[in-house]
Design a protein around this ligand. Structure first.
Ligand code: PMP
Ligand code: GLN
Length: 399
């Protein structure tokens, strides 16, 4: 009998993603949503909205199904969605794309990330520089691709990287600088200085930039600046986004990548054997969403800002310290003033103590980096106002 599980598990066990005995851990999001369901606690853990997105988008999916858009779309995606992605990049960022060469539809940002790393990592000496804490799939797909992850820490409370640490992390071994801006789980938006340094370092060390910008329209106090718009960045940058957050359709898994044709083709080469294609009827619906007027995009950021403020006030009133996020669904709070020393243990007890579920920041860190996030928790603000108010009143029990 051949060994079960296979080689990926050994790599992943080294990265702390599965047990050393090969046992599979559920993702932190699955674990914490199950805890919320079991205890009836308010789920401020997994980041998904509890309201439907724009009716135009939902209607467009229903129409597409009724009109028979139910078979495989083309491998690169429906031309209508590729066109809409190109129009969106032009409208918001002034980027001019050839939709047939510079864009590709994927099964969410998750598949785009996996296919990008699998398609672009060149050899086992390749390093992928990431900002820690990082979205959980980054370490998993870097392990799948056989690359070494090199974390650059983001520290409480501003969560901007130290430029010297960034400079020493990027070397000639760096194949990819993997950026997530706006950043999950911290809610940070990188400063212009940081963005410039990333591009400069990529150029100096001939590294590629893969940038996950799924929260591009959830920025509160400034306009989002895609890394690909910086001077010298386009040729080496692959930009990933998705309709899930912008249109409150996280279950549809329609994502896309944009960039220079050779980089997009490298993703396509892998993607076509991962899923080939997905979500035919959802593709024209996301195209309709991307063509909504500017007021829609401003409106979702404004609505989320109100919720961020409500959540932040509730957390402060409960005795936690809060890092006010500049974007995303998420707010990080420090539970040290409440005596927390182990964020994961604190999160497991939180439903019992306060009827609320959060995610420990340690779940987004490498085994070596976890210590610096030991008292930090991530709360999601993408919930109805009355749910956030109820959560705030429950959290008051912690005081
Ligand atoms: N990247 C980040 C930073 C995310 O937060 C998420 C999901 N919330 C994803 C990627 C995955 O996006 P999708 O659901 O489109 O696969
Ligand atoms: N991206 C969402 C979050 O960060 C959830 C994603 C997931 O469940 N895999 O909470």
């Amino acid at each position: 009998m051949r060994q079960i599980p296979g080689a990926w598990h050994r790599t992943a066990a080294g990265a702390g993603l599965v047990g050393s005995d090969g046992s599979i851990h559920p993702t932190i999001f699955a674990e914490m949503s199950a805890l919320a369901a079991r205890t009836g606690a308010i789920n401020l853990g997994q980041g998904f909205p509890d309201e439907d997105g724009p009716s135009e988008v939902l209607e467009a999916a229903r129409d597409a199904i009724a009109q028979g858009v139910n078979q495989y779309p083309p491998g690169r995606g429906l031309p209508d969605l590729l066109d809409a992605v190109a129009e969106h990049q032009q409208r918001f960022y002034g980027l001019h794309l050839d939709p047939s060469r510079n864009a590709l539809v994927t099964a969410g940002a998750t598949e785009a990330l996996a296919a990008a790393l699998l398609g672009l990592v060149d050899g086992s000496d390749d390093e992928v520089v990431v900002f820690e804490p990082y979205y959980d799939s980054y370490a998993a797909v870097a392990a799948l691709a056989g690359a070494r992850l090199v974390p650059v820490p983001l520290r409480w409370p501003a969560f901007q990287p130290d430029l010297d640490e960034l400079r020493s992390a990027v070397t000639d071994r760096t194949r990819i600088i993997l950026v997530n801006d706006p950043h999950n789980p911290t809610g940070a938006v990188f400063s212009a200085e940081v963005r410039d340094e990333i591009v400069r370092l990529a150029d100096r060390h001939d590294a590629l930039i893969v940038t996950d910008e799924v929260y591009e329209h959830l920025v509160f106090d400034s306009a989002h600046v895609p890394l690909a718009t910086l001077p010298g960045a386009w040729e080496r940058t692959l930009t990933i986004s998705s309709g899930g957050k912008t249109f409150s359709t996280t279950g549809w898994k329609i994502g896309w990548v944009t960039g220079p044709a050779p980089l997009v083709d490298a993703v396509l080469a892998v993607k076509q054997y991962l899923t080939y294609v997905n979500g035919s009827a959802f593709q024209p619906a996301i195209a309709a969403g991307l063509r909504l007027p500017d007021a829609f995009f401003q409106g979702i950021a404004d609505a989320l800002r109100v919720r961020r403020d409500l959540l932040g006030a509730g957390l402060r009133a409960a005795g936690l310290e809060v890092s006010t996020p500049a974007g995303t669904y998420f707010t990080v709070a420090d539970a040290a003033p409440l005596g927390a020393t182990d964020a994961a243990a604190f999160c497991r007890e939180l439903p019992e103590r306060a009827g609320v579920v959060a995610i420990p920041l340690t779940a987004f860190a490498s085994p070596a980096g976890r210590g610096q996030y030991a008292t930090l928790l991530r709360f999601a603000a993408c919930k109805r106002v009355e749910v956030l108010e109820e959560a705030a009143s429950r959290l008051a029990a912690l005081r």
